[in-house]
Structure formats: structure tokens, C-alpha cells
Design a protein around this ligand. Structure first.
Ligand SMILES: [Fe+2]
Length: 496
């Protein structure tokens, strides 16, 4: 039996397949196939690619309880569509997945699915799980005790929670919209802006939004956003960003303290879209000794959580390279040649990353040394000038270059920021506050690991600049034809 987990219908549709040995044989994002960013629907090419990895029969597991969500939508004054599973998943998707043939669709509680995506991929046999997102069906924050029974089946006991409209994720999205960015997409830009501002509005935002800090109760429903001139039409956007970040971290600290007390485990599993806030994540080690954040903690990752709940036991976790496969050896020689001649190169090799971040298989890599490289990479990326790029570094060298926050001996999926110890040498990968969003690469024999080893052997530098390989406005490159289009458009070699 295989377990197919699906998250779709809202944003960032994902699909994951777990086999009867607990191996994750496929996990991916619909957007990479449809080329439509944050695609909420499962597209046919995506389903076909996933089906190639299914050997034998399968059960389908959906990432939330549709009827609970419909009740919340009614309560919020929204009109849910015609209410049936076919409507939610889409008739074409139902046919393509042969769901009708396999019969029942199992549904799971949204926050429990987040919890399972984290806990059942984690190295822990017991953990306190914290989920913070914008909204599930009704839940917006939850704390769980998670363990395995004597037969190896995961057990989840909910310890505490908050429901809509009390939501840190919705607050962050509302403030993202307030500064003119796209909510549910560009929250990471608001986070990046916060390094340039002063948190002069955090008390005012707190007074306007928060009814009870200790219990994380809001007095406003931020689902609809805030007024365009909230805090004043002339309020500096960087200050708004810094203020929002400070308040967010304050609330996260409150929740983590509660979780540590209620859960009584030293192990933290953290999930939900707010777990992507790598700046806030530096506080987690103040409350827990060991931390696991799955590389895809948002709703697309819930497809894996749903499959995990179907399988029931601990999954075999290797790495995040679980999507579309561009077959062949990792092109180390070709990449090195381009780095020497052009200082910058694209890589599209092996299986695509599951999660929002390029981790080496669909990456634009560059020599991080010196002052010119940031502008050179930005000729292609055209991002806001204030935003730095990320470093990817051999894990055993990370402490020589970065001060890792407490609780993080590594950051294999770019989960946390760390202070750079030599910002002058690497200006392209350092933010205004001298921090970097670090990715560490262990001795795992992966292609990106071998490339970094070779780069270090030949240059003495154990890191590269790493940013996602995508055509502007499109999701990350998925297959070789995307890489060909990228090469043509930007006149930059993409090695496979
Ligand atoms: Fe969620």
C-alpha cells in the first residue's frame, strides 16, 4: 500500500507519496509544473510525475477537514463553493489520480497534519510540537505532545491552542499588505525589510491588535487586512516591518515558553507557515535543546503530513530532494569551470527541492567573495537591492564563519539566520544587520556536497552564494526545458 498525501484548493498545492516501508518516494509542488506561482490546483503533469513513483495500490489522504473549513468560512462571512470532495480537489484531478477507483478519501485536521509532517520526519521519538500558521480549518496556533506507541504508531495529544481570528500568521500577512507587498507570498520580504527599520510602532500595533499577550488573543480580525493608512500614511515601511517582526517574535516567545512548560520535552518540532520566519527562529533555542523544522513547514508540506498520518509511523527522512528528477551525475566539472570563468552558474540536476528554498539542485550559485558579485547576480534576479543572498557552506566549517544561534548546530534547510563573523569578506551574503540565512551541508554524499568539497579544496573557501534558479515571476526551474528557457533568456549556463 502507498499513501498519497494531497494539499490543494487554497494555495501552494502539494502532493507526496509514502510507500509501505515509510520511504518518501515523491514530494513536490504543482507550481513547478504549471509555472503558475503558488498554484492552488494539482495540474495534470504534476500528477503524472507523481504517479510514476507509485507502485501498486494507494490510499488518498487530504490535508484538512473540508467541512470544518466551510463552517469557518461561513462564520467569517465568506461563501464556500459547492460542498463536495470533487469540488475541493477538482473533477479532472480526481480522474487523473484514479481516486474514484480507490474509493475513500481520508481527511485529517489541518494542524495535526502540520504536526505529523514535522514529527514523523524528525529524528525524535518524543517531542513537543508547535504549529503556528495563518489559519487551518479553525486553528491558528496549536501545541502537541507527540510520541510513538509500542507498535511504532505516532500519537498526538493536543495540549493548547488558539483559533481564528487569533492569528499571528494573519497579522504578518496583513502588515505585508500594508507596506504594498503581496500577502501569502512576500512575507519574507517584510522580514528582510525589518533589518533596516526601527520598531517604533510595535507598541501601537500591539495596542491595536492584541487583547491578551499571555494567551495570544487578538481584538481584531486581520483576515481582511488593515486600513491602507494604518499607522499613518507616511509611516516608514522599514519601521513598520521592524515593528511587526518585534511583535511577532514577542508572541512566538510567549508560545514557546508555554510549549516548553506544557510539553515537558527538550525536543521541539516546529511547523506551520510562520516557521519559515528564519529571523524569529533564532529565539527557539532559548526554550528547547533540540529543534527540527521540516524544510517545507507550510501548507504544501502538509501533503507529506497527510501521507505520514496515513502511514502512521516514523518516516525515513534523508533529504529534501524529493521532486522531479533531472537524471545524471551532478555536473561538478562544468559548474567549477563556469565559477572560474563567470563567477556565476545555474544548476538543474537530480531531484527538485520539496519546499520553498533552492538547496543546491535548482540553484543559481556564485563565488561569494568580494564586493561585485551581488550586483552581478542581481542583474538576473532583479530583487530589491537591500536583500542579500544566502550562503551555502560545508557544515563542519559553519562555526568559523557564522555564530549559530542556540539550539542550531546546523541549518540544513535555511531555517535560521546567523551572525556572519567576516561580513567584510562576503558582502553579497550578509544583511544590513550582518546576519545571513545560512544553509549547512552535511557529509551526505550529495552532489552539492561534492561540489562544495571541490570548491573548498581548490579555493580554500568553504561556501558559495546560493539563490533559487527561476525566471523572474515564475516558480523555480523544474525540468530541463525550464533550464533551457532560463539559459536563453539570461545568457547564463545552466549545468545538468
Ligand atoms: Fe497551515
Amino acid at each position: 500500500m502507498n499513501y498519497v498525501g494531497i494539499s490543494c484548493g487554497f494555495h501552494d498545492a502539494g502532493l507526496s507519496v509514502v510507500n509501505d516501508k515509510g520511504e518518501i518516494v515523491f514530494a513536490g509542488h504543482s507550481e513547478r509544473y504549471s509555472k503558475y506561482k503558488h498554484d492552488k490546483d494539482l495540474c495534470v503533469d504534476f500528477i503524472k510525475d507523481a504517479l510514476r513513483h507509485i507502485d501498486g495500490s494507494f490510499e488518498l489522504h487530504y490535508y484538512e477537514k473540508p467541512w470544518l473549513k466551510a463552517i469557518r468560512q461561513l462564520r467569517a462571512g465568506q461563501r464556500p463553493g459547492p460542498f463536495s470532495m470533487s469540488n475541493i480537489i477538482g473533477p479532472a484531478n480526481m480522474d487523473a489520480m484514479a481516486i474514484k477507483r480507490t474509493g475513500k478519501i481520508h481527511t485529517h485536521v489541518h494542524h495535526k497534519t502540520h504536526a505529523a509532517a514535522g514529527f514523523q520526519t524528525s529524528p525524535f521519538d518524543r517531542a513537543t510540537v508547535v504549529v503556528i500558521d495563518a489559519i487551518g480549518e479553525m486553528d491558528s496556533i496549536s501545541i502537541w505532545d507527540a510520541t510513538y506507541d509500542s507498535n511504532g504508531y505516532a500519537q498526538y495529544k493536543k495540549l493548547w491552542g488558539r483559533k481564528y481570528p487569533n492569528s499571528i500568521g494573519m497579522m504578518y500577512s496583513a502588515m505585508t499588505k500594508r507596506v504594498g507587498l503581496h500577502p501569502m507570498d512576500e512575507e519574507y520580504i517584510l522580514m528582510g525589510m525589518s533589518a533596516y527599520g526601527k520598531p517604533i510602532y510595535s507598541d501601537k500595533i500591539s495596542d491595536e491588535f492584541i487583547a491578551d499577550h499571555n494567551n495570544v488573543e487578538f481584538m481584531r480580525n486581520l483576515h481582511v487586512g488593515v486600513e491602507d493608512d494604518f499607522l499613518g500614511a507616511d509611516a516608514d515601511h522599514m519601521d513598520i516591518a521592524a515593528s511587526t517582526q518585534v511583535l511577532t517574535e514577542h508572541l512566538i516567545k510567549t508560545i514557546m515558553a508555554k510549549a516548553r512548560y506544557l510539553g515537558q520535552s527538550k525536543n521541539l518540532v516546529y511547523g506551520g507557515g510562520v516557521a519559515l520566519n528564519c529571523l524569529a527562529n533564532r529565539v527557539l533555542g532559548d526554550y528547547f535543546e533540540n529543534i527540527w523544522i521540516m524544510p517545507n513547514p507550510g501548507d504544501a508540506g502538509n501533503s507529506l503530513g497527510a501521507a505520514a498520518l496515513g502511514y502512521g509511523k516514523k518516516l525515513t527522512w534523508t533529504d529534501a530532494f524529493l521532486g522531479h528528477d533531472i537524471k545524471g551525475e551532478y555536473p561538478i566539472d562544468d559548474v567549477m569551470k563556469e565559477l572560474y570563468t563567470n563567477k556565476m552558474v545555474g544548476v538543474a540536476s537530480g531531484r527538485a527541492e520539496f519546499g520553498p528554498r533552492a538547496l543546491g539542485n535548482r540553484s543559481l550559485l556564485a563565488d561569494p567573495r568580494g564586493p561585485e558579485i551581488k550586483d552581478k547576480v542581481n542583474e538576473i534576479k532583479r530583487r530589491q537591492k537591500f536583500r542579500p543572498f544566502a550562503p551555502i557552506i560545508l557544515e563542519e566549517h559553519v562555526d568559523d564563519y557564522f555564530d549559530m544561534p542556540r539550539g542550531f548546530s546546523n541549518s540544513r534547510y535555511m531555517q535560521v539566520i546567523a551572525r556572519c563573523r567576516h561580513p567584510d569578506l562576503f558582502p553579497a551574503i550578509v544583511h544590513a544587520d550582518n546576519t545571513s540565512r545560512v544553509q549547512t551541508v552535511p557529509k551526505d554524499g550529495s552532489g552539492i556536497r561534492k561540489l562544495l568539497e571541490r570548491w573548498y579544496d581548490e579555493t580554500g573557501c568553504p561556501m558559495l552564494l546560493n539563490t533559487s534558479l527561476n525566471i523572474r515571476g515564475e516558480p523555480m526551474v523544474n525540468d530541463r526545458s525550464d533550464a533551457d528557457r532560463f539559459e536563453k533568456l539570461y545568457n547564463l549556463t545552466v549545468c545538468s
